[in-house]
Design a protein. Structure first.
Length: 1038
């Protein structure tokens, strides 16, 4: 990004000669802005996030000696450039730098710019600014300036260049530099007086504008906690036509260019799904005396907007203007002084921005100069940092965000979406916010067409037909094994045909429904196949399920017949056993009509949100599409041996029971007791040479805990989210790991992804659920059924052959969940899953949790899945769950992790409102019969009695005494939050300094984020001094 070459300017008018200002001999307190930056530096070592780089490219005959002298003159002119910052009793003070900045000259080689940008500064000794001339040839040079934010801000860039140009011209001509004398600096205490005067107004403002819930909805980006991560950036320029169109639109609406840019950014965030966009904005605080001074004169404050869904952009921009103009009068007051509970070191918002209007590059005599205002600092504190340089003839933007392998295209995508949105705004500012486009034609084509190109030819047959073909191919091969019993394909076919014949004799055929209530054995497989051969659909009733649920299903389904084990059904005539034991051939006679692909294959009942189970009707064509798609994906072969361990009432059982039977493989049916015993399952796997196992992540954790290790096995995992920590444990223990996803309503599985060792080694936040299977389409849509961009969270919809016919007897639910497909052929449908998802750059999907897993607590929207994900990342936590109990956020964990370590890890990773109030350690998480987490069965946490106040010479009393001194309060409660009491970054360092002086204990600054109370810091003091004292009852018992 560069500005247009500066035009030749006339000789400057005469002006007073430069009068240098020596640095004050005595140290003086740093300003409020400097104090905040200094604290952040202490919190994160060796940062570059506070390095402000920019550069100027020169073409022409550069006089290096003259430039060197110009640098020296400019440094002497500005006190900030001669300063360093020392720690004095826990507070920063400005002192003369041990060494002044000077021009360094070197060859411009690969990596030179980055090397100088990321090189750390010695804050206490200085200098805090480096100027490097990188020469690429006799007439090509690049002046790189890297200044620390402690002494520099955006406006300082233009001031530095103006002075350098003036002194360079003076050196070349021998004339006076013509720079005006700087106005006298503010007297000590002036800034504090201004803050004190404005504090009541600021307190009133923030009381009326409480900090909004800073939602996290950006393309693939998560905010670092209160730390800094490696960043990546993209720089782009607004096309000239768009840049030139901003002025007329701003004038039409009645806003400034800055306000228009902010409004467009908030509109973009709103379109990404953020209901209340929040941006931390750098606001200038220069007084008239400071206008020409290099230094840091900014205050970062959060600005939130609340877009109305039906508002036009023009209306919204005016609302943004009004909001910003309410914020301007309180911009001098740091938020930490107001006492609104802001933690120092934590980014105020996931998105931050600065906006500068630099002047044209000043004239350097005999040279053509072009400026690059925003080189990257290569680090990120926010999910997204935006730096706008609105220079004459050019509007350039730097987008900077955390570096993440799965989202390399995120910053470029954000840039593209912003430009697309602004293009519509310039063309028609009266466009409704909800209709502002983000996708260009290429991205829309990729989302809707390219990534859904899954059409595959299928034979149009039913499961019984596919099975019959396999019987013909391999009649003597073993089809089913249970315990010491086995059936060949021919024997299984004959038994199922006998049962189907009996069912037909009872009038059962296509269109009918038959319940199957049978224990886990080979007879279960016979029963299911027999029903399907009769042309009817089966409704599985697992006898292990609660009797009340089974009776509801039996009544609700209006089944024509109940089939089952003799001891489980009322009528012996509908028992299964005779079909297996009786080997008499069936007199087929005239064969009745068989089921067609459009007929029902089964009805599975799933839990309903109201507590009433609902029956999902799956047709044969949906089932066979799934089986043949997985056959190809898994390269299924006759030598495969599948372990069937899932409850028959869980739809995924259909894959492990039927896929082997259409590929010539063997089904090994685990007994009921074996399905609950990881050790017994491991023995079964070894005894039968199992090659394929399908289980929920909870089931796989059970197997791993029992010592499972078989690299010949292909592992399928689905039914609930696969935690990355479990994926890292499981992947080396199996030959292949396939993560699958799909609701019952779209026939077992709809997407799949091969989990590689390389991917789990990168420690992703989530394991991808992959791409759609054959003849399946997936869409991630917003509330208006429009596709959201890659990386943006939205509602997951599924279309294609796998869609269920609908819910049995529930047309109301059909209308709610099965909708016309706006992107498919006429008459096609999409299913609203109720799940949240987003696309990765490569077209794979990420599952983000259920919509109904999102709760609201104390005004904050909280994703329980995010808390669980962070819990599982803590060493020693094997399984985890989160829930709200009695208005408290509770975290449950299984494993050997120490509660204090768990709490510290969560406090470091999650926003304060997402940190659970109670930790409960369990021996095991409660499970449903399907092997999924049973949230309703999570125990209520025990009540914790408040501890009595400690008395005497204890850490509690010592900490309370120091807090009262530093905060200048007569008393402080044991559980009052430091930041609610008006504490800020310097308060923390001063408390730590006094505790170090009195107790010899150096309390780390991180401790104030984990538990910013007297009691919390007292615990840390006690731990560091090895005192046997604790005011907290640990919640580690059930």
């Amino acid at each position: 990004m560069s500005a247009a070459p500066a035009e030749s300017d006339p000789e400057p008018p005469s002006a007073p000669a430069l009068r240098t200002r020596p640095h004050p001999a005595s140290p003086r307190p740093a300003s409020a802005a400097q104090s905040g930056i200094w604290f952040n530096e202490r919190l994160d070592d060796c940062l570059t996030v506070h390095h402000l780089p920019f550069s100027v490219r020169f073409e022409g005959d550069l006089d290096v000696a003259a430039l060197r002298r110009a640098v020296a003159a400019t440094v002497r002119r500005h006190e900030a450039l001669t300063s360093a910052v020392e720690d004095r009793a826990g507070a920063p003070f400005l002192v003369p730098a041990a060494r002044l900045p000077e021009l360094v000259v070197e060859r411009h080689g690969p990596g030179a710019v980055r090397r100088h940008v990321v090189a750390p500064f010695d804050l206490a000794r200085g200098p805090l600014c480096r100027l490097v001339l990188l020469s690429a040839g006799p007439r090509e040079h690049r002046l790189l300036v890297v200044a620390h934010h402690l002494v520099f801000d955006g406006q300082s860039m233009g001031l530095l260049l103006a002075d350098l140009a003036a002194f360079y011209r003076a050196e070349a001509t021998g004339a006076d530099a013509g720079v005006p004398e700087l106005l006298p600096a503010e007297p000590p205490g002036a800034e504090e007086d201004r803050i004190a005067a404005d504090l009541p107004l600021a307190q009133a403002y923030w009381a009326c504008h409480p900090l909004a819930d800073d939602e996290l909805m950006l393309p693939g980006l998560d905010r670092p906690a209160h730390g800094v991560t490696e960043g990546e950036s993209v720089e782009f320029r607004f096309p000239d036509e768009l840049r030139e169109g901003l002025g007329p639109v701003a004038r039409r609406i009645g806003v400034t260019r800055f306000e228009l840019i902010v409004a467009s950014l908030h509109a973009l965030l709103f379109r990404y799904g953020n209901r209340t966009p929040v941006t931390a904005i750098d606001l200038g605080t220069r007084t008239p005396e400071q206008q020409d001074r290099i230094g840091v004169y900014v205050n970062e404050l959060p600005f939130s907007s609340a877009p109305e869904a039906d508002a036009t952009f023009e209306e919204f921009a005016r609302a943004v203007r009004a909001g910003l103009r309410e914020l301007y009068p309180v911009r001098d007051v740091p938020l930490g002084r107001v006492g609104v509970g802001v933690k120092p070191g934590v980014a105020l918002a996931q998105v931050s921005m600065s906006y500068r209007r630099p002047e044209a590059v000043p004239h350097f005599r005999g040279l053509t100069a072009r400026a690059d205002w925003s080189p990257s600092s290569h680090t990120a504190r926010n999910a997204l940092r935006i730096e706008v340089a609105d220079a004459p003839g050019e509007l350039s933007v730097l987008l900077q965000c955390p570096k993440r392998d799965a989202w390399r295209e995120a910053p470029r995508s954000i840039a593209r979406h912003w430009l697309t949105l602004l293009t519509r705004v310039v063309a028609d500012p009266d466009t409704a916010l909800t209709h502002l486009p983000l996708l260009d034609a290429d991205e829309r084509e990729r989302l809707l067409v390219e990534w859904n190109d899954t059409a595959a030819e299928q034979p149009g047959k039913t499961l019984p037909e596919l099975f019959a073909e396999q019987v013909t191919r391999t009649p003597d091969a073993v089809a089913v094994v249970h315990a010491d019993r086995r059936l060949s394909y021919a024997e299984l076919d004959a038994a199922a045909e006998r049962l189907a014949h009996r069912l037909r004799g009872r009038g059962i055929g296509p269109g009918d429904r038959v319940t199957v209530r049978a224990k886990r054995s080979e007879r279960l497989v016979v029963a299911l196949l027999g029903v399907l051969k009769s042309g009817a659909a089966y409704i599985p009733l697992d006898p292990e399920y609660p009797a009340q649920r089974l009776e509801f299903i039996a009544a609700d389904s209006k089944a024509a017949l109940e089939l089952g084990d003799a001891d489980l059904v009322a009528c012996a005539d509908t028992a299964i056993s005779d079909a297996v034991s009786n080997t008499a051939p069936v007199n087929a006679g005239r064969r009745p009509r068989q089921a067609a692909p459009a007929d029902l294959a089964y009805v599975i009942y799933t839990s309903g949100s109201t507590g009433r189970p609902k029956g999902v009707q799956i047709e044969h064509r949906s089932l066979t599409n799934l089986l043949l798609s997985l056959r190809d994906l898994l390269d299924a072969r006759p030598a495969d041996r599948w372990l069937a361990l899932t409850s028959v009432s869980f739809d995924i059982s259909g894959l492990e029971l039927f896929l082997p039977l259409v590929t010539g493989a063997t089904v090994v049916v685990a007994g009921q007791s074996q399905t609950r015993d990881g050790g017994a399952l491991g023995e079964l796997v070894a005894r039968h040479g199992i090659t394929h196992i399908q289980a929920t992540p909870t089931g796989w954790a059970m197997l791993l805990d029992a010592g499972f290790d078989d690299t010949t096995v292909t592992a399928l995992t689905g039914g609930e989210a696969l935690p990355p920590a479990l994926a890292r444990r499981l992947r080396p223990m199996v030959g292949r790991l396939v993560n699958v996803y799909g609701p019952t309503e779209t026939t077992i599985w709809s997407t799949a992804d091969e989990v590689t060792e390389g991917e789990v080694a990168r420690e992703p936040d989530r394991v991808a659920i992959g791409r759609p299977l054959a003849n399946t389409r997936t869409y991630v849509l917003d509330a208006h059924l429009s596709p959201v961009p890659v990386g943006v969270a939205g509602d997951l919809y599924i279309a294609g052959t796998g869609l269920a016919r609908g819910y049995l007897g529930r047309p109301d639910l059909d209308r709610e969940r099965f909708l016309p497909d706006p992107f498919g052929p006429p008459g096609s449908r999409i299913y609203r899953t109720g799940d949240r998802a987003r696309y990765r750059d490569d077209g794979r999907l990420e599952f983000l949790g259920r919509n109904d897993d999102q709760i609201k607590l104390r005004g904050y929207r909280i994703e329980l899945g995010e808390i669980e994900s962070r819990l599982l990342a803590v060493p020693g936590v094997d399984r985890a769950a989160a829930a709200v109990r009695d208005g408290r956020l509770v975290a449950y964990h299984v494993g050997g992790a120490e509660p204090g370590a768990v709490r510290r890890a969560l406090a470091a990773e999650l926003a304060a409102y997402m940190v659970p109030e109670v930790l409960v350690a369990l021996d095991a998480l409660p499970l449903t019969p399907n092997g999924k987490l049973d949230r309703r069965a999570l125990p209520a946490p025990p009540d914790v009695p408040a501890p009595a106040a400690a008395v005497g010479d204890t850490p509690l009393e010592a900490v309370r005494e120091v807090w009262c001194e530093v905060l200048r309060l007569p008393d402080v409660g044991d559980t009052e939050d430091l930041f609610d009491l008006g504490g800020h970054s310097i308060t923390m360092t001063q408390i730590s300094a006094r505790l170090l002086d009195r107790l010899g204990v150096d309390v780390p600054l991180d401790a104030y984020f984990e538990d910013p109370t007297v009691r919390g810091i007292a615990v840390v003091v006690a731990e560091l001094t090895r005192q046997n004292w604790s005011p907290v009852q640990k919640m580690n018992q059930r």
